[in-house]
Design a protein around this ligand. Sequence first.
Ligand SMILES: [Zn+2]
Length: 181
Amino acid sequence: MLTWYRIRYLKGLNQSHVTTLAPASVFHFTKLIILIPIPVVHDFYGLENTMRSFLYGFMMGRYGPDHLGVGLVILSFVLSICYAVFGYLPFLFISYFTFALTLFRMLSRNLKKRRAENDIFIRYWWPVKVRCQKFFKRVKEFFTHKRFKCPKCKTKLRVPRGVGKLRITCTKCDEKIFKKS
Ligand SMILES: [Zn+2]
């Protein structure tokens, strides 16, 4: 799969404008032939399979990505942006550290410990996520629906906007309310 190409690299040869005190014999060895390996892909799918099987073997028995991993990568990204904006160096260091930690966790063979870490992360992250989802849903609904509380039982009610005056019946206590939507 590797094809070797010969590349002639000429250095300092016939450069009359360069004045030097070195004897002419020095330039005898400056004509170099450098061999550089350039991979030539003859069989793309074969290469893809090779890479895939290598990766599969490499990741065998290792932990891989999880919720905490994704969270850490996002944190690392946010911190690097913070460094770019504020120019505060510790942001960059913490960003690197976070990324290194993510890699370490992905390549770790101690699955039990990594799973325990992920469980702790999910336990604290899940309520925050649900609250965020509720908040964004409410922001979206603000433009299409109007919310208010039933004066009697404090149930939260929701009606579409821009329909005019409405007589609303509370879903819980059947209280009749007149409201402008
Ligand atoms: Zn009610």
